[in-house]
Design a protein. Structure first.
Length: 122
């Protein structure tokens, strides 16, 4: 009989380091991209984020991706944020920049205790 490995106890998982990047998933499905709105938003996001977050994009802490459909159709572009899963219909570029700034700040705050623990091990 094979031994079974049990799943780790949820209480033992170290959640102090956010291992997931902050991602914006821009819908470019047929309704969100009607009249090119989805791709226009994607282009504006990519351009603005490249200027405002070059290091975060290069390091992988921040990512921008497309999805064919989020199934949240509003006839306006929908952007989903990961890892939270929050979705926004027709967000402004300023809203997305603010959300990214807040999400990246949360990542740094979550990583700070782990970094200090690791320094204590040296």
């Amino acid at each position: 009989m094979k031994s079974r490995r049990s799943a780790p106890d949820i209480r033992s998982i170290d959640r102090s380091v956010n291992r997931f990047p902050f991602r914006l998933l821009v819908c470019v499905g047929p309704r969100c991209d009607a009249a090119g709105k989805g791709r226009a938003l994607l282009e504006a996001v990519e351009e603005s984020f490249a200027k405002n977050f070059p290091e975060e994009l290069a390091s992988g802490r921040l990512a921008i991706a497309t999805r064919d459909c989020h199934r949240l159709c509003t006839r306006d572009p929908v952007v989903r944020i990961e890892p939270s899963g929050d979705a926004f219909s027709n967000p402004t570029l300023d809203d997305l920049l603010r959300l990214a700034q807040e999400g990246l700040a949360e990542q740094e705050e979550a990583a700070a205790p782990a970094l200090s623990r690791n320094e204590n091990l040296r």
